[in-house]
Write a protein that binds this ligand. Structure first.
Ligand code: NAD
Length: 280
């Protein structure tokens, strides 16, 4: 299918890499005009160039409100008023740190990149979308925003807040024809995850089956997530096909956020039975 975003103007943050990059490619293939933004300028320019005249790149640090405001304005000047905002830029956070050793400067940094950025995006996109009574805002959250403990505190707290903020936005903006939804990926092979694992991209590309096997225990669908899995869901939410979908946080995680299956508790229950039987 093509033309699912024909005539639409989109802006994507963090579009130089990973999920943002793949989504930009999908949006363009479906007929949208896309302003890609990021802080990796060389990569962003290169991606935009590869996508042709319906794409352009502009630097926007998502922690700076003025950058987001200027990018929304530029999308308007170049392509027309914004129909779709994908707030996607992100970082990993400070990793597994015991609560008493949390680095609060790193905490603030994570909140700025992962949460304030999403608020800035919605604020400036809504200003353009509201008078036109139309728009779709998609925020990148995470399975870690749906269940606690999937990642360390800063990342999961920020993503949980993105889910909550998105629902609030949907309640506020629905009457103006603007929808807001969040996408919540599981472990997805992108530079962010590879960096976290300390693995090179080449190794992954060379042995996809080995990567799936390594991630088999993490997701109920026993493989790792791929950027196309996430981009396809974002595309649905950006397009008019999801015209009555609003205020949802959709897990694209192979079932990870659905809960813990009882079979996983079997070993623990057997241990409890044995220890109680021994005591009795
Ligand atoms: N990969 C996963 O497993 C996974 C899982 C759940 C959620 N996510 C979320 O998906 C989104 C995309 O991540 P990804 O996995 O594609 O990672 P990625 O590292 O490939 O892409 C993130 C992009 O954000 C950009 N960025 C970082 N800080 C920025 C800033 N201050 N201003 C502007 N751009 C900035 C980076 O330069 C990069 O291009 C993030 O919000 C991430 O938290 C990813």
């Amino acid at each position: 299918m093509s033309g699912r975003l024909a005539g639409k103007v989109a802006m994507i943050t963090g579009a130089a890499s990973g999920i943002g990059k793949r989504t930009a490619e999908r949006f363009i293939a479906e007929g949208a005009k896309v302003l890609l933004t990021d802080i990796q300028d060389a990569k962003g320019e290169e991606v935009a160039k590869s996508l042709g005249g319906s794409a352009a790149y502009r630097r926007a640090d998502v922690t700076r409100e003025e950058d987001i405001a200027a990018a929304v304005a530029e999308a308007g000047r170049r392509f027309g008023p914004l129909d779709i905002l994908l707030s996607n830029a992100g970082i990993r956070g400070q990793g597994a740190t015991p609560i008493e050793q949390l680095d609060m400067a790193a905490w603030d940094r994570a909140m700025a990149v992962l949460l304030r950025s999403v608020v800035y995006g919605a604020k400036h996109a809504a200003a353009v979308m509201k008078p036109r009574r139309s728009g779709s805002i998609v925020n990148l959250a995470s399975a870690a925003g749906l269940v606690a403990g999937a990642t360390p505190h800063d990342y999961s707290t920020a993503k949980g807040a993105v889910v909550h903020f998105t629902k609030g936005l949907a309640l506020e903006l629905g009457e103006f024809g603007i929808r807001a939804n969040a996408v919540c990926p599981g472990y997805t092979i992108t530079p962010m995850v590879l960096e976290g694992l300390g693995i090179g991209a080449q190794a992954i590309e060379a042995e996809p089956a080995k990567v799936d096997a390594a991630f088999a225990a993490v997701h109920p669908i026993p493989r790792v997530g791929r950027v196309g899995d996430i981009a396809d869901t974002i595309l649905f939410l950006a397009s008019d096909e999801s015209r009555f979908v609003n205020g949802q946080a959709i897990g694209v995680d192979g079932g990870l956020s659905a809960g813990a299956h009882w079979s996983g508790h079997r070993g623990k229950m057997a241990g409890i039975r044995t220890s109680l039987a021994a005591d009795g």
